[in-house]
Ligand binder design. Structure first.
Ligand SMILES: CC(C)(COP(=O)(O)OP(=O)(O)OC[C@H]1O[C@@H](n2cnc3c(N)ncnc32)[C@H](O)[C@@H]1O)[C@@H](O)C(=O)NCCC(=O)NCCS
Ligand SMILES: Nc1ncnc2c1ncn2[C@@H]1O[C@H](COP(=O)(O)OP(=O)(O)OP(=O)(O)O)[C@@H](O)[C@H]1O
Length: 221
């Protein structure tokens, strides 16, 4: 029998484009969410071998007084230095992928062929993972608006916001690798309506088809 995988959706987009907003709506519609940013934090949690590897690579200066990774300090370091960023990615990304794989399998074990699993991965395209998904969705918002959100809502310096954007693929590169582009240049409500439309066109038919092939409870009795 062919291995059950459910429907695997890869969700990406540049920093502050609206990915989490899309992801939240998809969970309201019934998807299970795997959040790569959250897994990246777990990968370097206090006491983890990931954090030990970061300290070995960058020295104890990347630890805060509480023994946790000083994320602001590491951010300043890696977004100003491509080689340092590649080293950090080399430590964190394999751990994130392994954890995401385990969560994906657990969701499918729980829910079977009808599982709809969304992986929110900011660097999905940069890390060449598009082929691992049944559907790849990218969210796009104007660059100036994304910088404004990072500066006004998150207190970042404009230069730091630009550095993060510069460390990522362009909208064009993401769109080329994606099956679906969700435009987020209008209101939040407009974005949510686009998510609902995506679900109706791409997801609901697959979920219904998966349900239809399941044997009825009394079949074979
Ligand atoms: C550099 C770190 C310490 C900065 O932490 P901070 O709390 O300031 O940011 P946070 O983790 O919340 O990330 C916010 C956003 O920054 C962008 N970003 C983070 N890391 C990277 C990276 N290596 N390359 C490009 N963009 C990145 C993503 O859009 C992400 O959504 C942290 O982002 C990190 O450990 N990055 C390496 C792992 C990684 O690639 N994570 C992102 C996808 S798994
Ligand atoms: N259409 C919109 N209008 C106004 N605000 C929006 C819109 N879309 C998203 N936002 C806001 O912009 C910010 C970034 O959105 P969100 O957190 O969904 O993006 P993200 O791509 O997940 O960000 P990150 O890459 O940093 O995790 C949030 O504060 C969100 O509420």
């Amino acid at each position: 029998m062919e291995r059950t995988t459910g429907l695997q959706i890869g969700l990406t987009g540049g920093i502050a484009s609206g990915k989490s907003t899309v992801a939240r709506r998809l969970t309201e519609l019934g998807a299970v969410l795997i959040d790569a940013d959250a897994l990246a934090r777990e990968a370097v949690a206090p006491g983890s071998d990931g954090l030990a590897a970061v300290v070995e690579a960058f020295g104890p200066g990347v630890l805060g007084p509480d023994g946790a990774m000083d994320r602001a300090a590491v951010g300043r370091l890696v977004f100003a230095d491509d080689a340092a960023r590649a080293r950090l990615n080399g430590i964190v990304h394999p751990r994130v992928r392994a954890a995401a794989g385990r969560l994906q399998e657990a969701a499918v074990e729980r829910m079977g062929e009808r599982a709809v699993v969304v992986q929110d991965i900011p660097l999905l395209v940069e890390t060449g993972q598009a082929d691992a998904f049944d559907v790849v969705v990218t969210v796009q918002a104007p660059r100036a608006e994304r910088v404004r959100r990072m500066v006004e809502d998150r207190g970042m310096l404009a230069t730091d916001a630009e550095a993060r954007i510069g460390a990522q693929a362009t909208d064009e590169e993401r769109a080329a690798a994606a099956d679906v582009v969700l435009e987020n240049s209008g209101t939040r409500e407009e974005l949510l309506a686009r998510v609902d439309d995506f679900w109706a066109r791409w997801v609901a038919p697959r979920v219904q088809a998966a349900g239809a092939v399941e044997p009825a409870p009394d079949e074979g009795a």
